[in-house]
Design a protein. Sequence first.
Length: 98
Amino acid sequence: MKYQLKCLKTGELINDAYTLHHTDNALLRAVYKEPFALRKNAEGVWKYLSWLPVSQANRYVAGTVTYRAVALGEALGLSNLWVTFHGYWPEKGGLCPT
């Protein structure tokens, strides 16, 4: 598995089983074995395959776009905020028909 979930309440590392139930009221953070790698030749969300909870990309591309949200990040005090949009927003490259 390319990542594990870390319980910020107990510090325990957990394998993601999709139907995970851990300590109530615990915040889980993904901890990746490899550093983030952008796949520039891939389309849509598959550019971020190294950080997605799947083993491989599929052939379906739905026009999902991920972009850096500078103004929102500044308003929230976050210096590196990224947002994923799934829908029709041609100005941002979101071409999924709704």
